[in-house]
Write a protein that binds this ligand. Sequence first.
Ligand SMILES: [Zn+2]
Ligand SMILES: [Zn+2]
Length: 213
Amino acid sequence: MSKLTKQTTGEAESLEQWAILVLPWLPPSALSAAASTCRSLSRVAATVNSRRVADAARGLEIYPIPFHNPTSDPTPYSYFLYSRFPFSSPPPFCQSWGGNLSRPATNPFSLANFISSVTTVSFFSGCDCVGCSIDGGCPCSGFDDGGGIGVGSLRECGVHCSCGLECVNRTTQRGIGVRVKIVRDLKKGWGLHADQVLNKGEFICEYAGIIKL
Ligand SMILES: [Zn+2]
Ligand SMILES: [Zn+2]
């Protein structure tokens, strides 16, 4: 009897070790299906879920971006692919999220990958400033107010410029430098909220969605 118990415990541990590697790759529906099969998978799935709720950014940003759902809707988080840079096409099929790495060892959606996807386009050119400035000194810098629709865009140094990531004209490329959270609203769904006091004009993040006017 004790031998049987020992063997069962060992099998459960092996299953959990396997699950820790595999379950973070599953979308919510498959994750809950796996959790319903046995207690070992249920435990690992609960950990994966709590890590997902704690950081939508998968450890890729300076600060975690937590989900907060004060509504009666039980959805704990929104599932999507997360990247700090535009995806090269085609976008990845899936992304590990909620595993035991606090910060991914490698970021498959990195600036280096993004650069390699655009450097083949020959008409891009960059500046060769000795210290770029954002007050007109650097030809790359600029701001477009969007023609009065209330949403502007920044022009920044790029992959063909001689400057590095520390350049003052690369604000958006350094990621989200303020604390934000994703909050659930019963009527509007998930929305991004500030989680600290923001200064007027302070950069929050790049908006990469669709603007409906
Ligand atoms: Zn420059
Ligand atoms: Zn430049």
